[in-house]
Ligand binder design. Sequence first.
Ligand SMILES: *Cc1c(COP(=O)(O)O)cnc(C)c1O
Length: 396
Amino acid sequence: MAADGAALAPNVYDSEPIPEAARAEIDRLLASGDLFRYTAPEGAPVALLEAEFAALLGSRYALAVSSCSAALFLSLKALDLPRGARVLIPAFTFAAVPSAVVHAECEAVLVEVGANYRVDMADFAAKLPGAACVLISHMRGHTSDMDAIMALCDAAGVPVVEDAAHSLGTVWNGRNIGTLGKIGCFSFQSYKMINAGEGGILVTDDPELAARAVIMSGAYEQNWKKHPGLQNSYMLWQNKLPLYNMRMQNLSAAVIRPQLPELARRVEQGRFNHDHVADQLNACAHFDVPPPLGPESRAPDSIQFNLVGFDTDAEARAFQAQAKTRGVSVQVFGLSEDNARAFWNWQFLGDQPDLPQTRAMLMRACDVRLPTRLTRDELDFIAEALIAAADQVKAG
Ligand SMILES: *Cc1c(COP(=O)(O)O)cnc(C)c1O
């Protein structure tokens, strides 16, 4: 049975409650049956969400869709990449990212990621020639060196799509993550900063990309007229593009909209929670929590740290087991079977060259959720359990 404290371990899976304001709007939608975004002539919840989200990010256009994966796929399609085009992605990301590349009939080229969870710039620069697009996944909200990436891509004329699924609220040099590249994609899946169960949104300043993505998301016939600011662009693309029907429905927007005003508080709380635990872990010789890059202000809802001096997988597994008996679940990305964040499990890509640097990181990098609603006592409980678990293993 578990050690003494385990019964008191905090629940790290539940989200914050959905703001009460969602209830009246959901009741209204249920009473009227008005769930499809294009039924109302104007003011549909999805359209309002798009306007509010674009304003929040400082982007010209936003398109709400069924998931971030759908947003990534539509981004690649909107860029009109030829079949088989090479798309650079970080080798540390979620399986949905290479999957979106496959769905768009492109070829994923995996780039090494360092022990700080960020794209290795030497490998990136080496693989950039011949790439038609770069899809930067800010995995777990860790921002790679976007100054260097944008400079290289601008010089090479290669468009950048940002997978900012887990980066809503992250700022780079004072600019919102997701607005640095041509298109930025976000997720409203339950484990992200804003929770609608499922959902996604893309932002862009480019009217042609926006028009193409809107039509392909399923704005059939003249429904594009309900998206503001794009009339000329749509005339070019009407009936020329396939419809993939990845729209968001009104109930999702009703759940998301009242959470937007909560974002700033959640970001601040998430950063406090992360840094509070990180300080304690970094004071322990068995852990290393990589710091953010200089221009980066993070919006974390989880913590990642590397095990230091754990020479064998058995030792890393023993740490996981010790943490578990203390009530804290730790995922070591590379050690759990079928992990969707371990590149060697993406067999759907076919044979891939090995990525020894990313592999080494994944075998010692730990992942613990820290939802914004945790109290300081709960955070201390988690930090102390992790430290006690590592001490136990290393004392042997
Ligand atoms: C969650 C996540 C996705 C997928 O988002 P969905 O909305 O579930 O499709 C993609 N990339 C990253 C980095 C994520 O965290």
